[in-house]
Structure formats: structure tokens, C-alpha cells
Design a protein around this ligand. Structure first.
Ligand code: HEM
Ligand code: HEM
Length: 227
């Protein structure tokens, strides 16, 4: 090592299941906004992709407890005081590894509003051909409320959150010279100091596959039961 050159430590931050979750989610959301806007004949596909997103979200919630070190909620759910301290410049070494305290807020908001979008979709009705599988279980007034939220409010909230998310990534690239995208592709970050990595081996990947299959089975069973 030359003088002044710091040794970099390459660590696994995003395990493969988290990366697959992310890019599958991106594809599904693009498909959902497209099929939702077209409506009518595309709604059966809108529903199928919606169930895939529900399975992905259930998987991510479970993975937030049992997944790799940096995918766990415990590593990125912070007290408001920590977020304020981070904004005032008190950056701890672990903030450079997974989601930083501010980014974590945007991740949690996206997960919450995605769940609200799927939840309201289950009760929505386009008043032409298709209705969500739970629409017939509740009153017309509730279906109207859910549909209004789904088609007018939740949709806008999600589009704004995704624009902020992508905007933040561009901001880090341009203003902070940090490219956050490659770690979401290959999983690794190069850090100034050694840090514990996320587990990402055959065993943890098999566990993730099993959890996802169980989440998808639960969703399929729920849809059958409702229909
Ligand atoms: C529909 C669009 C998108 C949605 C719903 C979305 C959602 C999310 C979510 C939920 C996470 C947290 C990952 C986790 O911990 O499980 C995340 C992280 C991330 N996303 Fe996206 N994303 C979208 C588009 C994109 C695009 C287009 C890019 C690339 C330009 C991108 C790059 C990233 C990166 C780099 C992270 C990690 C951020 C960090 O280091 O804290 N996302 N995204
Ligand atoms: C994150 C997941 C979802 C997203 C992002 C999403 C997005 C959208 C969008 C953008 C529209 C068009 C709204 C408009 O008229 O402008 C729509 C319509 C609709 N969605 Fe979803 N959707 C999701 C999940 C679901 C699910 C799981 C269901 C039901 C199983 C569902 C049922 C419907 C129905 C019935 C409509 C037609 C509403 C109307 O015409 O007023 N959606 N969705």
C-alpha cells in the first residue's frame, strides 16, 4: 500500500434475495402502473402482477427479520433523533453500509404505501368488468373509498415516492460522488473500514426461496378463498 492510500474492505451489503426482491419489484410496479392505466382488458394481468407484489412485500417483511445483516429492519429503522443527528452531520460508520438513516425513511415509506396500494386494490372496482377479490365482502361505500384511494391518492403518493427515490440516487451520484446502484446489482460495497457483511450463501438463499414460496402460497390461498 502506498502512503496516503487507504486499504478498502469489500463487504456484501445486499444479499441476493434482497437484490432480486428489488429488481422484481421495479418490474412489477412498472407493469402495474401500465396495466392499471390501460384498465379494462389488462386488469386480469394487473391483478396477477398485484398478487406477485403482495408476495414480494410479505417476503421482504419476513426477510427484514431473518435476512442478511443489512437487510434487517433492526439495521435501518432509526429513532427520529438519529435521523436528525444524521442530517446535522453526525454520520456513524455503519451509515455508509446499508440504507443511511434518511434513505431508510424513504424505503419504509415505499414499503408502507405499496402495502396500502395492494390492500386498497383488493377492494377496488372499475365498475366495468373487474373488481378486486375482496370487493364483494364489503359495502359499496367502502369499495368507492378504496377505489378512490387506489386510483387517485395512493397512485400519486407512490409515483412521488419513486421519483424522490430515483432523484436521491441521482443526487448521491452527482453531488456526493457515490454510486449506490452497483451494490444493488452485485451486492458489494468497498468501505474505508472493516464491517460485518450480510450472510449470502447457499443456505441463506435456499431459506429465502422457501420463505418466498410460502408467502406466494399464502397469497394464492387467500385469493382462492376470497374468490
Ligand atoms: C418502481 C420503482 C422502484 C421502487 C418501487 C423501488 C423500491 C426500492 C426499495 C423498497 C428499496 C429498499 C430495498 C430493500 O432494503 O429491500 C430500494 C432500494 C434501492 N433502490 Fe429502488 N426502487 C425503484 C426503482 C429504482 C431504480 C430505477 C433504481 C436505479 C436507478 C433503484 C435503485 C435502488 C438502490 C441503489 C437502492 C439501495 C439504496 C441504498 O443504498 O440505501 N431503484 N428501492
Ligand atoms: C402496488 C401494487 C399496485 C399498483 C402500483 C397499482 C396501480 C394502479 C393504477 C396506476 C391504476 C390506474 C388508476 C387510474 O384509473 O388512474 C390501478 C387501477 C386498478 N387497480 Fe391497481 N395497483 C396495484 C395493485 C392492485 C391489486 C393487488 C388489485 C386487485 C387485486 C388492483 C386492482 C385495481 C383495479 C380494480 C383498478 C381499476 C380502478 C378503476 O378503474 O377505478 N390493483 N391500479
Amino acid at each position: 500500500m502506498k502512503n496516503g492510500e487507504f486499504m478498502k474492505h469489500r463487504i456484501r451489503v445486499w444479499d441476493l434475495p434482497t437484490r432480486i426482491f428489488h429488481w422484481a419489484l421495479v418490474l412489477c410496479i412498472v407493469a402495474l402502473v401500465t396495466t392499471g392505466e390501460i384498465g379494462a382488458d389488462m386488469l386480469p394481468w394487473h391483478f396477477r402482477v398485484g398478487y406477485a407484489v403482495l408476495s414480494l412485500l410479505l417476503f421482504r417483511i419476513v426477510w427484514g427479520f431473518i435476512g442478511g445483516r443489512w437487510s434487517r429492519f433492526a439495521s435501518f429503522v432509526h429513532r427520529p433523533s438519529t435521523v436528525l443527528a444524521y442530517l446535522r452531520g453526525q454520520v456513524r460508520p455503519e451509515h455508509a453500509v446499508g440504507h443511511n438513516p434518511l434513505g431508510a425513511g424513504s424505503v419504509l415509506a415505499m414499503l408502507f404505501f405499496l402495502l396500502a396500494q395492494v390492500g386498497s386494490g383488493l377492494f377496488s372496482d372499475d365498475e366495468i368488468t373487474s373488481s378486486g377479490p375482496l370487493a364483494k365482502q364489503v359495502s359499496n361505500a367502502s369499495v368507492s373509498l378504496a377505489t378512490n384511494y387506489h386510483a387517485n391518492i395512493g397512485k400519486i403518493i407512490l409515483i412521488v415516492l419513486v421519483l424522490l427515490h430515483v432523484g436521491a440516487i441521482v443526487f448521491y451520484r452527482v453531488k456526493k460522488q457515490q454510486n449506490l446502484v452497483p451494490p444493488m446489482l452485485h451486492g458489494d460495497k468497498e468501505l474505508e473500514q472493516p464491517m460485518e457483511g450480510s450472510r449470502d450463501d447457499v443456505g441463506s438463499r435456499a431459506l429465502a426461496a422457501l420463505v418466498f414460496v410460502l408467502c406466494a402460497a399464502l397469497v394464492a390461498w387467500g385469493v382462492q378463498w376470497a374468490g
